[in-house]
Design a protein around this ligand. Structure first.
Ligand code: NAD
Length: 253
């Protein structure tokens, strides 16, 4: 622990599992007071208990990022309780069903756009509105390597992640003079519940994907969390509008 985020109020969406959970724990380990936001209340409370057991500070708020009303209520709760927001990690997302475009339904498209894109948009806008009058802050969005390159049988997912990259870059330009830094992390395949199906895959997809990662393995949530902590901290004070691939070299090819 280096106290990189001492006393910062930090919100993490999708914090009940995987990358969000690891990042909430890592931020609390660095001294932040973490708002664990997720639609999964039970798992969210468990993460708060884990942080408390490590002598960190955290609270849970129920938030469905796809619902503008839920996002609005969640942020009202955060500002009501803490009076400000210093860091935010817009991470909640879903993988979708990975169909070819011809087989992707409108419902699946709408679900992916609603959570992965509108969810980030709604949170990002409110975070900027809260940070602007208080002198700034640091925001990180979760994109993906699928936001930097195409993804076979995942066009809808890939489109949402490319859009998150565009949002990140454009927002960073708009607010760079206002003390708000906005960056994105672009994970390769990370061993979280989202990628659990790969563990039992026998169709060859798992082996193909491992070969696509030059380091010869999938990543761990803690390896993304370390990047998120750095992007939220003053250690990255001149890093802005950046898409940080944490992908074992996937996009270097
Ligand atoms: N795991 C990977 O290989 C990988 C790779 C690249 C990018 N990502 C991205 O990382 C992010 C986190 O993924 P993960 O692997 O930790 O997945 P995960 O399934 O382990 O965790 C996702 C969390 O988001 C929450 N969530 C989902 N929809 C929500 C909603 N509408 N409102 C609030 N919370 C919601 C879930 O309840 C869950 O706690 C996602 O945006 C995902 O697209 C994951």
């Amino acid at each position: 622990m280096k106290n990189l985020l001492t006393d910062k109020i930090a919100l993490v969406t999708g914090a009940a599992s995987g990358i969000g959970r690891a990042s909430a724990i890592a931020m609390a380990d660095e001294g932040a007071i973490v708002v664990v936001a997720d639609r999964d209340e039970s798992a969210g409370h468990t993460v708060v208990e884990e942080i408390t057991a490590r002598e960190g500070n955290a609270v849970f708020i129920a938030m469905d990022v796809a619902s503008r009303q839920s996002v609005s209520q969640g942020f009202d709760q955060v500002i009501g309780q803490f009076g400000r927001l210093d860091c935010a990690f817009n991470n909640a997302g879903i993988a979708g069903d990975n169909h070819l475009i011809a087989e992707t339904t409108d419902e699946e498209w709408d679900r992916l756009i609603g959570i992965n894109l509108t969810g980030v948009w709604s949170c990002l806008r409110r975070e900027i509105q809260e940070m602007l009058p208080r002198g700034g802050g640091a925001i990180v969005n979760t994109a993906s390597v699928a936001g930097l390159v195409g993804w076979r049988a995942g066009a809808a997912y890939s489109a949402t992640k490319h859009a998150v990259v565009g949002l990140t870059r454009s927002a960073a330009l708009d607010y760079a003079r206002h003390g708000i830094r906005i960056n994105a992390v672009c994970p390769g395949v990370i061993q979280t519940p989202m990628a659990a199906a790969l563990e039992t895959d026998t169709s060859g997809v798992r082996e193909r994907l491992i070969r696509r990662h030059p380091q010869g393995r999938f990543g761990q949530a803690e390896e993304i969390a370390a990047a998120v902590v750095w992007l939220c901290s003053e250690q990255s004070s001149f890093t802005n509008g950046h898409t940080l691939a944490v992908d074992g070299g996937y996009t270097a090819q």
